[in-house]
Design a protein around this ligand. Structure first.
Ligand SMILES: Nc1ncnc2c1ncn2[C@@H]1O[C@H](COP(=O)(O)OP(=O)(O)OP(=O)(O)O)[C@@H](O)[C@H]1O
Ligand SMILES: Nc1nc2c(c(=O)[nH]1)N[C@H]1C(S)=C(S)[C@@H](COP(=O)(O)O)O[C@H]1N2
Length: 198
């Protein structure tokens, strides 16, 4: 068996929530940014389930429920986390939550403050629904890598850990596949007792 074949396959939902990108007013950069980063970070074979939808609460909740029901162990959204009247991604996500995971939002705002003072305007949340972890990321395409990967210095040393470091163990705990990362992109952390030996 090749080493690649030993990695668990994973299905990941990626959801870009933008009135203008979904209407074709501008090109969607959210889905490509999510797909690029996840492909770089994960060693597992990934099946992506992409959705590009407007900032409508019921549409967002329905998309999240469908992705979880289709077997996505992880669902990442981008966009609609700010304070404008149309920004309803956190409400749509909380509406389908079985558990809230507040640490992800707290850490994302800490990371983002190192990039922009307006980081505190993002109301992003993370939740568990069934055996899936759903995480909101901000809408600025560059915010995707910033929040997932964190902040590194010029030599590549981690200054602020990205939120993705905690994602593989969280997915373990809710019964999902064993996710493995490329350390140079994101060093995942698991307690020693949870490490799989090869
Ligand atoms: N899917 C996307 N593709 C490209 N750029 C985006 C996308 N989503 C957001 N942006 C950029 O990031 C900014 C902030 O994102 P935000 O989610 O607040 O969008 P918005 O201003 O509510 O507008 P819209 O929902 O129409 O994208 C946008 O104004 C836009 O410049
Ligand atoms: N890492 C990062 N976080 C960020 C930003 C950013 O550029 N980079 N933009 C902020 C801004 S300006 C806003 S209004 C909020 C909400 O963005 P959203 O409505 O696009 O989700 O995210 C914030 N978080």
């Amino acid at each position: 068996m090749t080493r690649a074949a030993a990695f668990d396959p994973v299905k990941i939902g990626i959801v870009s929530i933008s009135d203008r990108a979904s209407a074709g007013v501008y090109e969607d950069k959210g889905l490509p940014a999510l797909q690029d980063w996840l492909t770089r970070a994960l060693l597992n074979p990934i099946t992506f389930e992409p959705r590009l939808i407007p900032d409508e609460q019921d549409t967002i909740s329905a998309a999240l429920i469908a992705l979880v029901d289709e077997g996505c162990s992880l669902v990442l959204t981008t966009g609609g986390t700010g304070p404008t009247l149309r920004d309803v991604t956190p409400e749509a996500t909380l509406a389908v939550a079985h558990k809230q995971m507040p640490g992800f939002g707290e850490q994302m705002r800490q990371i983002s403050l190192r990039f922009v003072p307006t980081a505190i305007l993002s109301r992003q949340v993370a939740v568990v629904r069934d055996q899936s972890l759903i995480i909101n990321l901000p809408g600025q395409p560059k915010a995707i890598a910033e929040t997932l990967e964190g902040l590194k210095d010029a030599a590549g040393a981690q200054l602020v850990p990205g939120i993705f470091a905690a994602v593989p163990y969280c997915v373990d705990l809710i019964g999902g596949p064993y996710l493995e990362t490329r350390d140079e992109v994101c060093k995942a952390f698991r307690p020693k007792s949870a490490l799989r030996t090869r």
